[in-house]
Design a protein around this ligand. Structure first.
Ligand SMILES: N[C@@H](CCC(=O)N[C@@H](CS)C(=O)NCC(=O)O)C(=O)O
Length: 236
């Protein structure tokens, strides 16, 4: 990192997308200022930095905003190539594959997971739940086949796919309390379950991984406010 480089991250403590960005910066050992946003009352800085979608995360590098978590991860990896470990592999084919899996995680895991809470009917919710489980099992398959006996999707070290998926670790664990089913379990997804524990033990993660009980509490209150209460598991 060049002397005088200034990095700011606009996020929320619970956003899987913002967590990715902070994880990447932590893994690389880059210093940054973290600014917690209130999504009900977005800051002027967020509105100015992302005037089109007004979403977070935004990384502001020396006053210049970069948006979209996957793009931000690549930017960090490219601009700070000489600092800390690389996230994307050097080999162009492996790099392309890592990008494909990142898109898979966003479209096939994160999107249906979110839809479980936003669905209008129980049929839609069941479909979203089925899609989410299928994606998790596919990722279990990826761990068991491609990177045989390797601790991370990136191989011996954490890579791009690990960081992209890691934003969802606490939410995946919270799913049991929220929806009444185990998204990660020792019978069907043993490798992925171990991977979540291994990742959470990293110093880069320990500092910022959300507390699962706090996430559950947040989501239940949010669901009540948004009138999505009927989609929360009846026990809570
Ligand atoms: N594709 C975006 C998704 C970002 C996103 O959905 N952010 C949410 C927070 S988790 C947000 O800013 N929501 C506020 C809004 O939609 O107004 C990314 O990867 O950065």
């Amino acid at each position: 990192m060049a002397a005088g480089d200034e990095l700011k991250v606009l996020g929320t403590w619970r956003s899987p997308f913002a967590l990715r960005v902070r994880l990447a910066l932590n893994l690389k050992g880059l210093k940054y200022e973290y600014l917690e946003e209130d999504l009900d009352n977005k800051s002027q800085l967020l509105l100015q930095s992302n005037p089109v979608t007004k979403k977070l995360p935004v990384l502001i590098h020396n006053g210049v905003p970069i948006r979209e978590s996957l793009v931000i991860l690549e930017y960090i990896d490219e601009i700070f190539r000489a600092t800390g470990p690389s996230l994307l592999p050097d080999d162009p084919y492996q790099r392309a594959m890592a990008r494909c899996w990142a898109i898979y995680i966003d479209n096939k895991l994160v999107a249906p997971w979110l839809k479980m809470f936003r669905a209008n009917t129980s049929k839609e919710r069941t479909e979203a739940m089925t899609d989410t489980i299928e994606a998790v099992e596919t990722l279990e398959g990826l761990l068991s086949k491609g990177q045989l006996k390797k601790p991370f999707f990136g191989g011996d070290n954490v890579g791009y796919i690990d960081v992209v998926l890691a934003g969802m670790i606490a939410w995946m664990h919270a799913t049991k309390a929220l929806c009444g089913f185990d998204l990660l379990n020792a019978a069907k997804t043993p490798l992925l379950l171990e991977w979540t524990k291994r990742f959470a033990r990293l110093d880069a993660a320990k500092m910022i991984m959300p507390d699962v009980a706090k996430l559950v509490e947040f989501k239940v209150n949010h669901a009540k406010r948004m009138n999505q209460k009927h989609f929360i598991h009846p026990k809570i």
